[in-house]
Design a protein around this ligand. Sequence first.
Ligand SMILES: Nc1nc2c(ncn2[C@@H]2O[C@H](COP(=O)(O)OP(=O)(O)OP(=O)(O)O)[C@@H](O)[C@H]2O)c(=O)[nH]1
Ligand SMILES: [Mg+2]
Length: 402
Amino acid sequence: MRGIIADVDVRELDRQARGMVERMRAGDVRSLARAVSLVEDRGVGAAELLAACAQFVGSAVRVGVTGPPGAGKSTLVDQMARWLRGQGKTVGVVAVDPSSPYTGGALLGDRIRMQGFVGDDGVFVRSMASRGAMGGLAQGARDVCSVLEAAGRELILIETVGVGQDEVAVMGLADVTVLVLVPGMGDDVQSLKAGVMEVADVFVVNKSDRGGAERVEQEIRAVQGLVANEGWVPEVVRTVATTGEGVGELMGAVERFLAGKIRRKAPVGGGLRLDHLGVAVRSIEGARKFYEALGTRVSSEEIVEHEQVRVAMMPVGESRIELLEAMAEESVIGRFVAKRGEGLHHVALRVGGVDALFARLTADGVRLASDAVRVGAGGHRYFFVHPSSTGGVLVEIVGDAE
Ligand SMILES: Nc1nc2c(ncn2[C@@H]2O[C@H](COP(=O)(O)OP(=O)(O)OP(=O)(O)O)[C@@H](O)[C@H]2O)c(=O)[nH]1
Ligand SMILES: [Mg+2]
């Protein structure tokens, strides 16, 4: 009986969570506020809510803003939010305050400044207190970000004081991290470099109305020489957060970093990817067990009639292993197994522009093992390149599905 009751409760919580996400997505800010509180407090239904939010995770651009206490992070975040509103973007702000939220001046300061957004539902601000436990802060901030993303916020600004491990962990949530420094830090920039300098994708010299900005910039450049950052040299931008000066430039630097990050992450070789490995086997039933023991499974099975072959797909990361079993002795796979035994039959590479590549390879005199681009299972287009041109492996070139 208990089990049944628990099941009903869980289903009811799931139903409530889905309703909450629906209302948030429709723009109901009160539901958003309640949802954020629920995951922050880890209350009953928080797990169900996060599960309902899961499909939207990663939909926002997350911008981390960190730096020493009093550097002007909150003032800058406020200006960044204003700038983004000017671009018509919806914004979520997560201010992670390591001191107590009930006694510290920081939260009050945030409240006063952010009141500029009262009446504008396009900016949602939440200050979070440290939960004390290592990692708790980052987990809490991560969950709040998930909720904001489920609510459809396009950008999330995450403010945290860059002091300890917890804060560095919070910055791990961001797609891009802005490190805010101020004039008068002198050699303190040097002392910051452990942990904090490394996370910076863009440097801001705030309070540059005060003079001494040049000195800090030189310090940053000096330390940068010591820090490797995936071949990216972070830009240094001067701002006056109190007036908004330099904020447009800062947002430009953030955009440039993100654009470069996508480029840097793109695979070398113009989008060339390993699509699958084709393994010729006598029996799929016999061969699949080994791969299943490694933790993959057969995601789909199909028959390619004109090749007289049965195919079992087993996902491996973004690629897969295809087990190929002949349906007739006189098929390609049947002849392969009879002659060479079981083994690697082909390597399939995915490209953009399969027809253009077919034409170019033909023109270059590469020996192809197909007389034309063919249409295979799932509508994808493919052709084979003979092993004599590839270093001894039959290569299948696969294009994207039509
Ligand atoms: N002169 C000058 N003052 C600034 C500038 N930016 C911020 N301030 C002031 O610096 C003080 C601290 O600003 P905050 O935005 O609260 O700084 P913070 O980094 O968020 O501070 P914590 O969250 O407490 O670490 C406030 O009095 C701001 O008005 C600036 O560009 N120039
Ligand atoms: Mg602050």
